[in-house]
Design a protein around this ligand. Structure first.
Ligand SMILES: C[S@@+](CC[C@H](N)C(=O)[O-])C[C@H]1O[C@@H](n2cnc3c(N)ncnc32)[C@H](O)[C@@H]1O
Length: 251
């Protein structure tokens, strides 16, 4: 289950300020992007509303953006058109990628913004990583960002309401996350995300969606990457930090 049909429409309230501007989102990956040739072929395989893909295209790269959610792909296409960026946006889940693109045809693949946990369990996760690996040329890199699921699970089931209003497109919203943490790692977890936009005269427009999640430990992710021919070159994993980035190279 990919989800994000409803949340795609309010996704800007869910991303950090730094991700709203395409050039700023791409700049967050400067350390790896600067290793690429100027006309590199890159894939953002969980593109969301497209800010990273558009930012990379702005650097002159040949960018393909894919996502399992048709609504996300539509928004990516709209953003690219609005900003005059050349991005090929295609609806595709990770498992479909090898049927759509040649093996070894990308220099870099991005799977960022806490996306991988939506795939159903360890076997499907490895299959998704295998798809990403197949598309990379030897020496190419997968860039993956993740929540620290060790910390998320330690927090248990809970409701988290963000302590600051988020302002986008001239409207403020309250953002809330309801976590359903299962007793065991390998079980389905759930996250309900709500964006409550404050309107004129005290009205509140709520958009929410219940998403499924299969979390993983950092060590398991490292082994799974190794299992599909990707060697972790660097990882920012810190047991006390909420998120981390892994860069893995195709053997
Ligand atoms: C939290 S959003 C991250 C979006 C974007 N990368 C960002 O950083 O803002 C997770 C994305 O993963 C996508 N996704 C979930 N399951 C997927 C799958 N099986 N294949 C491809 N994309 C998937 C969702 O549709 C959603 O756009």
């Amino acid at each position: 289950m990919a989800g994000y049909g409803a949340l795609a429409e309010v996704y800007e309230w869910l991303i950090s300020d730094a991700k709203v501007t395409p050039s700023e989102f791409a700049a967050a990956f400067n350390d790896v992007v600067t290793l690429l040739p100027p006309d590199a072929r890159v894939l953002d395989c969980s593109c969301g509303t497209g800010q990273l893909a558009v930012g990379l295209a702005g650097l002159g790269m040949r960018v393909v953006a894919t996502d399992a959610s048709a609504a996300m792909v539509r928004r990516t296409g709209e953003l690219a058109e609005e900003l005059g960026a050349s991005v090929r946006a295609v609806r595709a889940g990770w498992e479909e990628l090898p049927g759509l693109f040649d093996d070894e045809s990308f220099d870099m693949v991005f799977c960022v913004g806490n996306s991988l946990h939506h795939v159903e369990g360890a076997r499907a996760r490895s299959a998704a990583l295998e798809s990403m690996s197949r598309l990379l040329r030897p020496g190419g890199r997968l860039v993956l960002t993740s929540r620290n699921w060790e910390l998320v699970r330690a927090g248990g089931s809970r409701l988290v309401i963000r302590s600051q209003l988020v302002r986008r497109n001239g409207r403020d919203a309250v953002v809330a996350y309801r976590w359903e943490i299962a007793p065991h790692w390998e079980q389905e977890h759930r996250i309900e995300i709500a964006v409550a936009q404050l309107g004129a005269g005290g009205s509140v427009d709520v958009c929410s969606e219940l998403l499924s999640s299969w979390p993983y430990r950092h060590d398991d992710l490292t082994s799974e990457l190794q299992g599909v021919g990707l060697t972790v070159e660097r990882s920012t994993f810190d047991p006390t930090a909420e998120d981390y980035t892994v860069v893995a190279t195709k053997d």
